[in-house]
Design a protein around this ligand. Structure first.
Ligand code: 5CA
Ligand code: ZN
Length: 413
């Protein structure tokens, strides 16, 4: 699918940094992206409703990662999926009397507009599950032939126990959860632990056979549609290959989605899916996780239509560490707007600056920003480095700080 137009990213003089990212699986910080090409997969939207600030915060976190990599001279290969066939989308389409394809197309277009507005760097491969149905069918067929999948009626399930013989690290490695916690989350997040006939209640659906009134496609394993986790495994392996640099998404995806998509990829490729599993915190609003199903949403489109400058929204989000859970309050925009105004005032004064001192000061500020971002993408500290510059330093003479703010934080001063 077409993604969206990229923002301009200036090249900033000096040495960029390789980020130390927190890895969910090991609980350690890992130097992520030491090779020339950094390969990133981030789970994309299920397009049945508009982009809210929770989504925006997650995509801004991985946008920061991409910007840090580029600043360090890495080539980034970024893939993202679109879950354009899944139960919540079909349910919403049925409830509102809209054709599911039209609903998906409308929301994907809205997402593109929101991402472009936010100056988020687009993925190189933006792939909808409806574009890879035959490939998913072939992957599921291989799993059946390899004895790591089985049928319940015409549906196909992943056999976790059999898969663990092939990839012993498979379950529990990423989430670190015990079985009871896994069972509870599986029921909550799209699984069907109570379905009779499954070998293990945790076994996830790989292929859902055609049902009356539901979309379906022919495939190597019969007429039907893909399960959720296998979609991301296949798209990631197709476009990035095995053992890629970072698999990312919100922390609500750690289990079952990421653990099992990594599990599927492990049996398909014989290797771990990614080197680092990176997860963002959840944004709450009015006391609860912002979610389409609860309806407690602040939409990016609403703010855009109110004429809010996207840089203000970026600063409001980047003021929080990507891994923390935090609550959105409407006055966050005011504080971010004031911060942006202070930075712009300092930039506008640069004509008054004097020579070498100012340049040295600016270099030091950029080094502080880079050091903060190397430290598990610590954007709050990077923002404070620019605050200090705008408050106490001689005004910029070379434009180095504004260039770094644009390249690393996506904010044009
Ligand atoms: N299509 C699947 C992934 S394959 C999906 O989870 N779609 S989604 O539209 O529900 O979410 C898109 C991304 O936004 C996911 O990475 C999810 O973890 C993240 N996300 C959803 N709600 C929030 C929230 N309240 N705060 C932060 N991130 C969120
Ligand atoms: Zn996914």
């Amino acid at each position: 699918m077409r993604a969206w137009n990229p923002p301009a990213v200036p090249v900033v003089p000096g040495d960029g940094v390789t980020p130390l990212l927190h890895d969910t699986a090991s609980g350690q910080r890992v130097e992520a992206g030491v090779d020339d090409v950094a390969r990133l997969y981030v789970c994309g939207i299920t397009p049945y409703d508009a982009t809210h600030l929770g989504h925006a915060a997650t995509y801004l976190a991985f946008d920061t990662l991409q910007r840090v990599w580029r600043d360090a001279g890495r080539t980034v290969h970024y893939a993202q999926n679109i879950t354009d066939v899944d139960d919540p989308l079909l349910e919403r389409a049925a409830a509102t009397g809209v054709n599911w394809r039209e609903l998906a197309a409308t929301e994907i277009e809205g997402f593109r507009r929101d991402m472009e507005y936010l100056s988020v760097l687009p993925p190189d491969d933006y792939v909808a599950v409806t574009e890879v149905i035959p490939q998913v069918g072939l992957a599921v067929e291989r799993m059946l032939q390899g004895g790591v999948a089985y049928r319940v009626e015409d549906d196909v399930y992943f056999d976790i126990a059999a898969a663990q013989e092939v990839a012993p690290w498979l379950l529990g490695e990423e989430s670190g959860l015990d079985r009871d916690a896994m069972l509870a989350l599986s029921a909550e997040r799209g699984g069907d632990p109570d379905r009779p006939g499954k070998r293990d209640p945790l076994d996830p659906l790989l292929w859902r056979a055609a049902r009356a009134g539901e979309p379906s496609w022919p495939s190597a394993v019969g007429e039907g549609r893909p399960g959720w986790h296998i979609e991301c495994s296949v798209i990631a392996l197709m476009h990035l290959g095995r053992d890629f640099t970072v698999q990312g998404g919100g922390s609500d995806l750690i289990f079952p989605h990421h653990e099992l998509s990594a599990g599927h990829a492990a049996v398909l490729s014989g290797h771990p899916l990614a080197r680092v599993y990176s997860h963002t915190g959840m944004i709450a609003y009015r006391g609860e996780k912002m979610s389409k199903s609860l309806g407690n949403l602040v939409l990016v489109a609403t703010l855009r239509e109110q004429g809010l400058e996207a840089a203000v929204l970026r600063l409001a989000v980047l003021a929080h560490h990507y891994r923390s859970d935090w609550e959105w309050f409407d006055d966050a925009l005011e504080a971010a707007g004031e911060r942006l105004a202070r930075w712009r005032a300092a930039t506008a004064n640069r004509a008054l600056a004097v020579g070498a001192d100012a340049e040295l000061e600016e270099r030091a500020v950029v080094e502080r920003m880079r050091a903060a971002l190397r430290d598990d993408l610590d954007t709050p500290s990077a923002l404070r480095a620019v605050d200090q510059w705008s408050a106490t330093h001689p005004p910029a003479a070379t434009g180095l700080v504004p260039a770094a703010v644009q390249a690393l934080l996506g904010v044009t001063l």
